[in-house]
Write a protein that binds this ligand. Structure first.
Ligand code: ZN
Length: 162
């Protein structure tokens, strides 16, 4: 039985490939993390046209997905996994990307990111928000705000029925 304190497990050669960190990469990874946080902050609150921010959001999501797949390859996840698992992982990543592309909307005028799907207008400038993340077309407000199906008020005729 091996324990963690044994000399074999303490030697640098016995550790896995993932435990070795190149010290030259640390500042690069830190800079990339800061740039990613800055990009997220700009996407959330920065002022730009909605189309520009939507494009940046799409590129960011695809870059994150590619980075995840590359990290999985570097750690050997795909080499030791079965084909159905790799397929399920790929489909999951794709579904998460599509879900985020659909759910995150950007105001067409000021570019504020909005994840609350109930809002019809931008909280910053009051401009109508797009219907979903794949379009700039604003969502049509329901004719009767109290009716979730959006029917017209007083449309039913009184006096009909049994
Ligand atoms: Zn706005």
């Amino acid at each position: 039985m091996r324990r963690n304190g044994s000399p074999a497990s303490c030697s640098p050669g016995s550790r896995g490939r993932s435990a070795q960190v190149d010290p030259r990469l640390v500042p690069i990874v830190a800079l990339a993390a800061c740039a990613g946080l800055g990009l997220l902050f700009w996407l959330w609150l920065g002022r730009a046209r909605g189309a520009i921010k939507r494009l940046a959001w799409r590129l960011s999501l695809f870059a994150v997905a590619i980075a995840l797949v590359q990290a999985g390859r570097a750690h050997g996840i795909f080499q030791h996994a079965s084909a159905p698992f790799a397929l399920a992982l790929g489909v999951t990543i794709l579904l998460v990307i599509i879900g985020n592309l659909y759910a995150v909307r950007f105001c067409t005028r000021c570019g504020r990111m909005q994840r609350n799907f109930k809002l019809l207008k931008c909280v910053r400038c009051g401009d109508p928000l797009p219907a979903h993340g794949f379009t700039e077309r604003p969502r049509r407000a329901p004719l009767d705000p109290t009716d979730p199906l959006g029917r017209k008020k007083n449309r039913t005729r009184r006096g009909e029925g049994p």
